[in-house]
Each structure stands twice: as structure tokens, then as C-alpha cells.
Design a protein. Structure first.
Lengths: 320, 179
């Protein structure tokens, strides 16, 4: 198992280390079902959650994971901090370093922010990317892979990859860091990835991604017969132009509703990274159906993040 | 490097049988008895001890009385060693509360593994008593911990290595000292 220092991109993980993290998460999830949901593993380590962008589930999930491993947790959000007085990322990072942070979990609106923090020399601790702009969100990809593996293989999921699984990612791929990280990790784990989106919401140079691209959801669902469908959030806050004519049209052409749910295989998974725009990319009936894994994804997020923290923060720093 | 074999298959089986009888004797039977092995070889030893007990006390359900306790997350050397893989922890459905738990491991050395195991047990429940059974006690304790049931006391030098091979995990059966 290779020793990782930072987790910046889903591409940092080879097959062996991805499976090792998922297997550890499997054990962490059994800890999360005990009466005493705590392990002493990261006692004495300080972890800073550095959030420059709003987040509910990722921040809470990381905080819970850190606390369950007994780390000391500091939450920092840009609002209400010196960032609003104009402090730069460099000064913030150096302040955290001076306070002795062993790891920094960073969410930033700028793509590449985590990478800058990891390679600038401003800070010595491990950096975990919790979402940088429209670039990557590796722990989300890990928890999605964990959720698929768990639904498909149940108690027999340890050591498994996702070879033979057809995964369809639908919606706002252009602005989605979840899609980028998932495409990389799913390829590492051997799954077949299909992207379905209106052409205006697809990035350029898609031919280098190694995925199939479809422009019509109904046709794609019929042709591909996916094992998992991952709906992406329409990221209105990142849209500075008109990418589709109207919300109603988007919902009619790209939204997941009960008719499209009926086209799926009986045990196919319907996933969404949250937060959902109910009624836009997914209807309430689809989101609350038995195929939906949305709440499992949230629960699994804690286990997967515990596993990531364990892999990054235990072991010999010098040998990394 | 010299290697000498200190226990062969028959010695190991005799030691396991004796430990099983000693456990029965000290517990006055099988009441509330739970054998919890520390992976990897401790689990196999716990299963074998349970099998010997079940042969003598037919009322003893060997399957439902053996657990495994992964101590990876409780080690005190996590920041010095390369990342270890965490394995499954399994406690039989009867739970630990008010049980007589016998921890089983292959080699007792510094005592740090057992310290970690006691912490791990503490997070899972509150046994009435915790005892320790080991196949080999090689000395050099670093903590105030001792075994209640010992297969074989082996005086060793600190820099020597003890290897326990069991049929289930290694394909052959012996205890060797390398040094």
C-alpha cells in the first residue's frame, strides 16, 4: 500500500490504495454502529477545516470523522474570519502552520487551491481537498464508490473493485468537481462511465476523459441500461451565463422523475451528491424511492473520511 | 542469521490443550466464557482452544464463543510505523457485558499489543473479568502486564525474533527463534 501524504485529486489514488481506503472505511462503518463511536487513533493531532465556500454535509461529515478518530478539530470559515478583512490564503495558511496543524481540510471556490496549499511550502501538514472550485472533490468520489460497492456486494464488498459496472453521470458536468473526481476514480476501479448532459454543460476536450458521451437522457438510459445513475446538482451559483433556456425545460429533458426511474433495472442505484434541487434535476418521488442512495451516501461519507484521515495521518511522516 | 525451532506441531497442540484445561479450571467450567483472539494468529489459537473446550464440555458452543479484536486503531506506535491495514472486529452476539473474556495472542513481548487490546475492549463493552492466554511468553515486558495462561516461556534476547507458524495461516506448524 503506497503512503499518501495529501489527497488532492482522485487521480492520486491507484487501484490498490483506493481499495485499501474503501476496505478501511468498511471497518470504520462498523465503528459508526457501535455504542461508543470513537477510536483513539488521532489523539493529539490537530486538524483544521478551512472552508472558504459554504458547505453543510461535507463540513459536518469531516468534523464528525475527525472527532470520531479523537483529533482536535478547528473549524474555520471565511465568513467571520480575517479573510473578510482581506487576509490572503498564504497568510491564513502560515497562521495555521504556526499553530501546529497536522492536517488541513480545505474547501475553496478557486480550482487548484488545495494544490497550491500542498506545494507552496506554507504549511507542512497533510492537505485534503474537500472541493476546489470546479476541479475535484476526491472524498465524494470515494464515498460514491463505497456506496456502489456496498449496495452491489453487501457484506462481501471488501477487496472488490467496480469492474463491469456501468455508471451514468447526468447533468451539469461542466461545473461539477464531483463528476471530475468520479470519472477518475471510477476509471481506476474499472467501471464504465457514461456522461449525459446538454452540450452547453459539457467541458471541452472530453475525448481525453475516456468516457462515452450522450446528449439525450431517455435514449442513453435505454441503450446503456446503467447499474448506477448519478445526478449532478445544477450549480446556479457558478453559472454566469444562460446554459439552458429554462428550468422547466431542463427538468423535462434532464431531470430524473418516476418515468425515468421505471426505465432503470430493478436494483439500479440512483445517486445524488447533495444538496438537491428537488424538482429541478431530481423529483421528490425519485429522490425518495428505494433506488435512491442519497442518505446512504451521507452516512458512508463519515466512514470514508475517517478512512482517508487514518491513511494520511498514521504512519511514518519521514518515509512519505 | 541462525534459526532454531523451539516448538513443533505436537508441542503446540499440547500447549493449546493445556491452556484450554487451565481456562476451564480457573473459570470452574464454561459459564460466561468468551475467547477473543487478536489477529491474525491469536484468532486461530482462540478457535483451537474453543474446539478443545467444546470436546470436553459438549454444552459449550465454540462458534458462538469466539471473537476477534482488531487493535490497529489503538496502537501507540501509529505515527512511527507505515500504515497498517485495519481488519474486522467481531464480537459474538451475546456481547461482552459481564462475560469472562480470555484474550488470546500468539506471542507476548512488550505488552503493548495487550495494552491496546484492553483499550479496544473497553470501547466495546464491560466484561466481568479479562484474562490473557498466549502461546509463547518471550519476556522483555515494557508495561505491567502478565499472562494468566502461557503455552511456553521462552527466554530470548531482545533482538531475536520469534516466529509462530500455524497450519491455518502459514501452511506449517512450529515456533522458531531467529537471531
Amino acid at each position: 500500500m503506497s503512503q499518501l501524504r495529501h489527497l488532492l485529486s482522485a487521480g492520486d489514488l491507484d487501484r490498490a490504495s483506493a481499495i485499501a481506503i474503501l476496505d478501511t472505511a468498511e471497518e470504520m462503518s462498523s465503528v459508526n454502529h457501535r455504542d461508543i463511536k470513537k477510536l483513539p487513533t488521532l489523539r493529539g493531532k490537530t486538524i483544521v477545516n478551512l472552508f472558504f465556500e459554504d458547505s453543510t454535509r461535507t463540513r459536518i461529515s469531516f468534523e464528525l470523522a475527525e472527532k470520531r478518530l479523537s483529533a482536535d478539530v478547528i473549524n474555520f470559515s471565511a465568513k467571520g474570519s480575517s479573510v473578510s478583512k482581506g487576509e490572503s490564503l498564504k497568510d491564513t495558511a502560515q497562521t495555521l502552520e504556526a499553530m501546529g496543524a497536522d492536517a488541513v481540510v480545505i474547501r475553496h471556490w478557486a480550482s487548484g487551491a488545495a494544490n497550491v496549499l500542498a506545494h507552496s511550502g506554507w504549511i507542512n501538514g497533510s492537505i485534503i481537498n474537500a472541493g476546489d472550485g470546479t476541479h475535484e472533490h476526491p472524498t465524494q468520489a470515494l464515498l460514491d464508490a463505497f456506496t456502489m460497492r456496498k449496495r452491489i456486494y453487501g457484506d462481501d464488498s471488501k477487496g472488490r473493485d467496480l469492474v463491469g459496472q456501468k455508471v451514468m453521470i447526468v447533468g451539469d458536468v461542466l461545473h461539477s468537481r464531483v463528476a471530475r473526481s468520479n470519472v477518475k476514480l471510477l476509471a481506476t476501479l474499472g467501471a464504465e462511465v457514461h456522461l449525459v448532459a446538454p452540450p452547453t454543460l459539457l467541458p471541452v476536450k472530453l475525448e481525453t476523459w475516456g468516457v462515452s458521451v450522450h446528449f439525450d437522457l431517455d435514449t442513453a438510459l435505454r441503450q446503456v441500461q446503467p447499474d448506477s445513475v448519478m445526478m449532478l446538482r445544477v450549480q446556479a451559483e457558478r453559472m454566469n451565463a444562460a446554459f439552458f433556456p429554462s428550468e422547466r425545460e431542463y427538468s423535462r429533458l434532464w431531470g430524473f422523475n418516476s418515468e425515468r426511474l421505471a426505465m432503470l433495472k430493478p436494483h439500479a442505484l440512483l445517486m445524488h451528491p447533495g444538496p438537491m434541487n428537488r424538482g429541478l434535476e431530481i423529483t421528490a418521488s425519485a429522490a425518495d424511492s428505494p433506488n435512491s442512495t442519497i442518505l446512504e451516501q451521507v452516512a458512508n461519507g463519515v466512514s470514508v473520511r475517517m478512512a482517508v484521515l487514518f491513511h494520511l495521518l498514521s504512519g511514518d511522516k519521514e518515509s512519505k | 542469521m541462525s534459526t532454531r525451532t523451539v516448538l513443533v506441531s505436537d508441542d503446540i497442540n499440547r500447549a493449546i490443550t493445556r491452556i484450554a484445561y487451565e481456562i476451564l479450571e480457573s473459570n470452574h467450567g464454561t459459564a460466561d466464557l468468551l475467547l477473543v483472539g487478536i489477529p491474525t494468529r491469536g484468532v486461530k489459537l482462540a478457535e483451537r482452544i474453543a474446539a478443545v473446550i467444546a470436546k470436553n464440555e459438549p454444552s459449550f458452543d465454540a462458534k458462538a464463543s469466539v471473537g476477534r479484536l482488531d487493535i490497529t486503531m489503538y496502537r501507540d506506535d501509529l505515527s512511527n510505523n507505515p500504515t497498517r491495514a485495519m481488519t474486522e472486529t467481531f464480537i459474538p452476539s451475546q456481547g461482552l457485558a459481564d462475560k469472562v473474556v480470555v484474550l488470546v495472542d500468539d506471542v507476548l513481548f512488550s505488552g503493548r499489543t495487550i495494552r491496546a487490546a484492553l483499550d479496544a475492549l473497553n470501547d466495546l463493552g464491560r466484561p466481568r473479568v479479562v484474562r490473557l492466554a498466549v502461546l509463547v511468553d518471550r519476556g522483555h515486558r515494557e508495561l505491567p502486564i502478565r499472562a494468566d495462561f502461557v503455552g511456553k516461556n521462552l527466554p530470548t534476547a531482545r533482538d531475536e525474533k520469534i516466529r509462530v507458524h500455524l497450519l491455518e495461516t502459514d501452511g506449517d506448524e512450529c515456533v522458531v527463534i531467529e537471531g
